[in-house]
Design a protein. Structure first.
Length: 552
């Protein structure tokens, strides 16, 4: 395990300069000198696309993953009850239509569709898959998703107090599915776009166990099926002729590359080895790429937040004074504008304000100047027993990626510059190991990034509920839990729900639950011959079935 230590008293600008960051992050340029080559509107004979996709996926089992790289692949292979269109709107998936008289009992009517082996897609497939999600034997990192959605008995099943067969999901007939909730959830169909509630083929899972996702075994219901998987090299998907809308699909083959290095992602794109990047554009390259690549640079809103997560179960962050001190002392503006510098904005709440129905929460301390914040932070650390003679030392975990390393080095420098007696040991791990370390609470502070599963405030705030399986820091607040429960009352208007979300953000701030750093923008490079990629989807749920490759 590679460890990067940061123990020296370092001037911040020197640290940033060492990473090529001191002069970046300027304003947008008003003119672009790059001349674009005219692009044909005729489809290419070879309908294939190569996509950079970040880390090697930990699995291709939808009930056993939690990351964006995995979701990007599974979205091409599996279709849930609902899905999204090219602009991110919730639309019909396997369910052609649905209804509910009270937002508690929902009925979904399935379309005529087939699995890739020719079997019909039925309501029982969804019953099996949702039971599997909540079953403790599955050990899903998203087990609590249906409990958050208030599906009847989901919480009891997760806790081992009820059997999976008691889940409030029932097949009324092969094409009609009924889902019963304990509370009214008006946005419930929006929640069903998520990876964890996509269906799996029961016979295949039961026959092959953990090997069911191998290319020779896997059965899917989406536009593409797995053709080849070479670990740490590539994943290849091919058209699924049994997909219900295959006639409207153009691209025949998708190759996904596990490129965790942002500079490598860019260089392979520039060399013509890929058509589409995944990683955030490196900060030091952003302005030059924006100038030189012209329309190939795509920047759009993104419902995603970057944060530093405390482990509330271990010292030193079981002490609220220590958490609050680091929360106050971190200069988010410098991180967002100078270190990252692609248009990201400093975050003082978890939920991006652009989220549908979300009001802005402004902490009182946000109005204080830097000197006031630092003075308060030092006092809190002194009260917690830390000073020059007894410095605060802790580990900051991040997954292997140059951008995350730059952010962590800058954060450590900012804390050192502001507080003096704070030493941060930087620890990086590969994606799969990093996820396991966080899930097992074997960390003190960890880099986190959370992107909305659907466009609603609960898609962010639910993960801080005490019983949420994605609450890796084990934050526990009855006050917060109570506010989130109130959002689901039958008589709560959308405006009142938004106000409850604002109050929930205030509780997170009061408790210094986590350090929210910045709200993302989505920046990537896309070749001109990739036709159909939309900048209007704030969830970034791109689907290759909507694309075609033009002559180039």
């Amino acid at each position: 395990m590679e460890r990067t230590l940061f123990r020296k008293s370092t001037v911040l600008l020197a640290t940033l300069a060492a990473f090529g960051l001191a002069a970046c992050g300027g304003g947008d340029e008003s003119a672009n000198s790059n001349t674009q080559t005219a692009q044909s509107s005729e489809p290419a004979e070879q309908q294939e696309v190569v996509i950079g996709n970040g880390a090697e996926p930990e699995s291709l089992d939808p009930q056993k993953v939690s990351g964006v790289p995995e979701a990007n692949i599974l979205r091409q292979m599996l279709v849930g009850l609902t899905t999204t269109d090219n602009d991110g709107n919730t639309v019909a998936g396997m369910a052609e239509k649905w209804e509910s008289a009270d937002n508690k009992v929902w009925t979904f009517h399935l379309r005529d569709a087939q699995w890739s082996n020719g079997d019909p897609v039925t309501a029982d497939d969804f019953v099996y898959s949702m039971r599997r999600l909540t079953d403790p034997a599955t050990a899903s990192p998203y087990a609590s998703y249906l409990a958050d959605a208030k599906v009847a008995n989901a919480a009891a099943i997760i806790e081992g107090k009820a059997k999976p067969e008691t889940l409030g999901v029932k097949a009324l007939d092969p094409k009609t599915l009924e889902i019963t909730l304990t509370e009214p959830v008006p946005y419930f169909p929006d929640m069903l776009i998520h990876t964890s509630v996509k269906p799996v083929h029961a016979k295949t899972v039961e026959q092959f166990g953990n090997k069911w996702t191998s290319p020779e075994n896997i059965v899917v219901n989406g536009p593409y099926k797995l053709k080849d998987w070479v670990v740490n090299s590539r994943i290849v998907l091919e058209r699924n002729p049994n997909y219900f809308d295959d006639a409207a699909t153009s691209v025949n083959q998708i190759t996904l590359l596990p490129i965790s290095s942002p500079p490598t992602d860019v260089s392979r794109f520039q060399a013509g080895e890929s058509d589409f990047t995944y990683n955030d554009i490196p900060s030091e390259q952003f302005q030059s790429l924006k100038r030189d690549m012209g329309d190939q640079m795509k920047v759009s809103p993104y419902l995603c937040t970057y944060y530093y997560e405390f482990n509330h179960t271990k010292p030193p962050f079981d002490n609220a004074k220590v958490r609050k001190a680091l929360q106050l002392a971190l200069d988010r503006e410098t991180l967002a504008e100078k270190v990252v510098g692609r248009g990201e904005t400093a975050a003082y709440q978890f939920t991006p304000p652009a989220t549908q129905g979300m009001p802005t929460f402004t902490p009182e301390w946000q109005q204080q100047d830097k000197a006031q914040r630092i003075a308060t932070a030092k006092q809190l650390l002194n009260e917690a027993g830390y000073d020059e003679a007894h410095p605060l030392t802790f580990e900051l975990l991040y997954n292997t990626n140059e951008n995350h390393k730059k952010n962590a080095v800058a954060a450590a420098a900012l804390w050192k510059e502001a507080l003096g007696f704070v030493n941060v040991d930087l620890v990086n791990q590969e994606w799969k190991t990093y996820l396991d370390t966080r899930r097992d609470q074997r960390f003190q502070m960890a880099r986190g990034g959370w992107c909305a599963d659907y466009n609603e405030g609960s898609a962010f705030l639910n993960i801080f509920k005490s019983d949420n399986s994605s609450n890796y820091g084990k934050y526990n607040s009855p006050e917060f839990d109570s506010l989130m429960m109130k959002t689901l009352a039958n008589d709560v208007s959308p405006e009142a729900r938004g106000e409850l979300y604002r109050q929930a953000e205030a509780v997170l701030d009061k408790d210094a639950a986590t350090i929210f750093v910045y709200h993302y923008v989505n920046g990537r490079l896309v070749k001109p011959h990739v036709d159909g990629y939309s900048l209007k989807d704030p969830l970034d749920n791109w689907q290759v079935k909507n694309w075609k490759i033009l002559k180039h």
